[in-house]
Write a protein that binds this ligand. Structure first.
Ligand code: AMP
Length: 520
């Protein structure tokens, strides 16, 4: 039997851990690095590489190097987030034959789940090399605010990677689990998780080995990447001014400035000012080379990114309101995600919660460690010491009703697993089918929410209007994934209904995907 690991599948970086002799262990690669960039580079030699080697390719072949695939996973073409990513990415983002989202690299199309699967395989192999054993099961973490489509697609990625996904676990919950492990204290904690691509805040009650999420809120398009794009836009403005050129649409220039923006941000997290320099940022068709150089200080950077920082606190307010708590009632604030290394974030969190954030956890590893603890709990059920974890669903689940409104069936922040039943009536005589559209989100209008899927119950018996009733049960499982089943009142037949095509991959595609060409 293989080992069960915890994998933090991050937007920018990933980390893998497992429990060994009662303690969590983070696995390092052969060079001793404990996290890996979630980057997949194609055509490196003849093969595909993942992690640090892929990151090196980013600078000179950005168009065949896929970064931040997690921002695309479970999303639909044409959505606002996808359009934004399209304008920022050097690799292609397109629509596949089934109308689903695909990443185009060197003429080949990949689903975001396949890209994430490459990262998962890489993490699995790092753990296997360190352990000398096979790894075949994993708890994989996702941002708490991920919707059903994004969770399902992450599960598909695990299947493609040859891993049994024991549980999809929310990142802040994993962090709380790692923090509270063996602490035995009664407390309320807030987990402020600002990673590369997403922001989440969760409020938990911990009592000994009992972990209960009270509320969660988030923004799946607010993270370190946005800070980098924001600074890169300012660099672009400066470069265009300095050079007299307009290269604002040049993708390679944009990508290089984004890289420079990230380096400047990391340098500013320890220094007051930084010299930014990008030699040969642009080479004109005539062969003239243009460098970029400027000085950036913390104050200017703070002015640029303050609106992004403020957005995180709007989300915090929302979570506290759902939990019926004020910032002072929180005993400890945990910081998770690489962006929380930045002093402006730490200071702002301290200002908001009026207490210094807890410094005892390593923001890069805590999520993988929590996932490893949960993987251990799930595979060692006989142990009495395993903790109890109660999580919530981050977004309301509803159906479209007349007038395009969304009727909530399961409100957000409901403890999971949960189920709720709704009865639908036929609206006209001899109606033979009922179409049900399932949405996730908080808007009153269905179309402003995320469509999870639609299904049709057909073959209904011919009756007067309203005489045929269909009882539809919506269930959200421990992974936060939605299942639907229906029974019609006249025939009494039960049918399971699968919400189809969520990751853009069919079941067959998920099962047949192969990675013969990965070079680790
Ligand atoms: P994560 O997804 O948690 O790995 O977070 C990655 C994000 O954290 C990226 O946007 C990084 O640029 C950012 N990051 C990592 N280290 C630092 C640092 N020292 N200062 C500021 N941002 C950082």
């Amino acid at each position: 039997m293989g080992v069960a690991v915890g994998i933090d599948l991050g937007t920018s970086n990933s980390c893998v851990a497992a429990m060994r002799d009662g303690e969590p262990v983070v696995f390092a690669d052969q060079e001793g690095r404990r996290t890996q960039p979630s980057i997949v580079a194609f055509g490196y030699g003849k093969s595909t590489v993942v992690g640090w080697r892929a990151k090196r390719q980013l600078m000179y072949a950005p168009e065949s190097t896929v970064v931040s695939a997690k921002r695309l996973i479970g999303r639909r073409p044409g959505s606002e987030e996808v359009e934004r990513m399209k304008s920022q990415s050097a690799f292609g983002i397109t629509t596949g034959e089934q109308g689903d989202l695909r990443i185009r690299v060197q003429g080949k199309l990949f689903s975001p789940a396949e890209i994430s699967a490459h990262v998962l395989v890489h993490m699995k192999r790092i753990a296997e090399a360190a352990l000398g054993e096979t790894v075949d099961k994993a708890v994989i973490t996702v941002p708490a605010y991920f919707n059903d489509n994004q969770r399902q697609a992450t599960r598909d990625a695990a299947t493609i990677a040859g891993l049994e996904c024991l549980r999809i676990l929310n990142e802040p919950t994993a962090a709380a689990l790692a923090y509270g492990f063996k602490q035995g204290k009664r407390q309320h904690i807030a987990v402020y998780d600002l990673g590369g691509g997403t922001f989440d805040i969760s409020i938990l009650r911990i009592d000994d080995d009992f972990f209960e999420v009270i509320a969660t809120a988030g923004d799946t398009f607010l993270g370190g990447d946005d800070f980098d794009y924001c600074a890169a836009d300012e660099f672009m403005r400066l470069f265009c001014q300095q050079s007299g050129l307009d290269v604002s649409e040049n993708r390679t220039v944009r990508m290089k400035l984004r890289e420079a923006a990230e380096r400047a941000k990391v340098a500013l997290s320890t220094g007051e000012a930084v010299e930014v320099s990008v030699p040969t940022l642009y080479r004109s068709p005539e062969g003239k080379e243009y460098d970029f150089a400027t000085t950036l200080d913390r104050f200017t950077y703070a002015q640029w990114v303050m609106p992004l920082v403020q957005r995180t606190f709007d989300v915090c307010e929302d979570a506290l309101k759902s939990a019926n708590m004020g910032p002072r009632q929180i005993d400890h604030v945990l910081l998770v995600g690489g962006m929380t290394r930045y002093p402006l974030i730490r200071d702002s969190v301290q200002g908001f919660f009026q207490k210094a954030p807890n410094a005892s956890v390593n923001p890069d590893e805590v999520v993988a460690i929590g996932a490893a603890i949960q993987a251990h709990n799930l595979t060692n059920e006989e142990e009495t010491a395993s903790s109890v974890l109660l999580d919530v669903t981050p977004q309301s689940l509803g159906v479209r009703t007349v007038g395009g409104f969304c009727e909530t069936i399961i409100p957000r922040n409901t403890a999971i697993p949960t189920e709720s039943t709704k009865v639908f009536h036929t609206a006209f005589e001899d109606q033979s089918e009922v179409r049900i559209s399932v949405f996730q989100g908080e808007s009153r209008m269905a179309e402003d929410n995320e469509l999870l899927g639609e299904f049709v119950l057909d073959g209904l018996p011919a009756r007067q209007r309203g005489q045929v009733r269909v009882r539809v049960t919506f269930e959200i499982d421990n992974d936060g994934i939605v299942h639907v089943r229906a029974v019609d009142s006249v025939l009494g037949q039960e049918r399971a209904i699968r919400i189809e095509a969520r990751s853009g991959l069919s079941v067959a595609e998920v099962q047949t995907a192969r990675f013969d060409d990965i070079d680790f």
